[in-house]
Design a protein around this ligand. Sequence first.
Ligand SMILES: [Zn+2]
Length: 559
Amino acid sequence: MERILAVVAVFVIPLFFPGCEPVTKEKQLERFIESHVAKVEPLTRQANLAYWDASTTGKPEDYERVNKLQLEIRRIYNNPQEFALLKDMKESGQIRDARAVRQLDKLYYAYLKNQIEPELLEKLVDSDSRTQEKYNTFRGTMDGKKVTMSDIYTILTTEEDCRKRELAWKASKQVGDAIVDDLIELVKLRNMAARKVGFENYHTLSIVSGEQSVEELDGIFDELCELTSEPFARLKKELDEILADGYGIAPQDLMPWHYHDPFFQRTPLVYDLDLDMYYKDRDVKELAEKYYAGIGLDVDDILARSDLYDREGKYPHAFSFEGDRHGDVRILCNLQNTERWMETILHELGHAVYSKYHDRKEPWLLREPAHSFTTEAIAMFFGRLSRNAAWMQQMLSLPDEQRMKIEQVSEKYLRFQQVLFARWAMVMYNFEKQLYAEADQDLNTLWWDLVEKYQFIKRPPGPVDAGWASKLHFTTAPCYYHNYMMGELLASQLHNHIVHKVLMLKSDEGVSYFGDRRVGDYLRGKVLGPGALYHWNEMIERASGEPLTPKYFVNQFIK
Ligand SMILES: [Zn+2]
């Protein structure tokens, strides 16, 4: 009864005083956004440009400028009064315009994850940099000699002597024991910060402020687990036989160090195929430019602003860069004419076209991808092509028999890699969830329980150590790993939709989208253009007819 009266009162007052309009919540939000964007937009542009300078020059003063600007931006989102105001507007239910609701959500979550008291924040930053420094300067040892990670990778991919493999694998994990106490302290501090804003732990806070929910992720990962269990067992059995044969041991005696990666997250290179030979006399930049132009997503302006080749002091990997949400989009690469860089430039340009084609009539706050994993999906969608036999045939004018040769090995490799990564991502997701739920449990045993459950790899004999903590993501990118998997799922879902509903084909056999502008038109209209106008799952539903599902990933890679 009281509630009804209150609602009536709100609607009645303006009618009696038409000349004196009260400040409605929507008006209040509009004003807030205006002044917020006026502050944040120029700072973001400066921070982005400083980051570009730092990455291309490697100068410490440029990196310092980045840190300073990022801190300034963080301070804006740390403001408790403004957060309270946004919270009040969100809880009032009085913001009804769809664009206003989306902008409010974006703001609310950006403020939410930054609501940490200065004292706790200082402790967190301290603990974080201490852990990272220890991580970065630690070197594992083999027979008392220090080894680098690249020595370890060389041994794990080429060495036939099982004792040496065991030592190298163990050396890769030693950093775990060295940093685990610091990492647990960091986990507890992150949890403390999350509890101050009303969450049970930091994992839940991260998921919720990323506009996802734990139940939703559990559902997706459980379904993925079920759909991949049997095929993964089959593929792994086949791999185990090849590996065991090579070492002259029985498959049941394979230990974690017999695989070619410290965490078995990459497929061992037992299926021989040198794709580099197809790219070495070509220009990967020209190939990428020509391909994107053919599907109606021009990248020549992006490439003209980009920094593409190796140079002293320059950041050695690759990324896509957006300066200002007004079209200043670039990529950074260190191109060589190899398959890996073909994949990388296609991948980074995927991120770049997402940014370039955001509808600039949308408000500034919504001119970004629907989620970090949706831009990852577009990047993966295109990156996957560098090993696609049909694509290679069309781009490189290969004869049929070469296409067939590539197809046989490359598809098998790709299929295994995808299923393997899915099983590995399940370990990461479930472990991190439990790590933040109870940091004082026996984590070393928990880790191996999950590895056995999802990756079908036996724990080594003897007491278990904290080797899991050697995975850098626990330290530097907490509670984020699941998004890599979600990106793969979406890339497959979009692929399926384009093949069947846009190109109207019966199967994806031989599909490379080469020269088909319908692909670019579809992606611009349904994914790139809307940016963050819709919640990620609404965007996916509008673009493909259903919310995110692992179904199409499984269809694409498990045959
Ligand atoms: Zn990416």
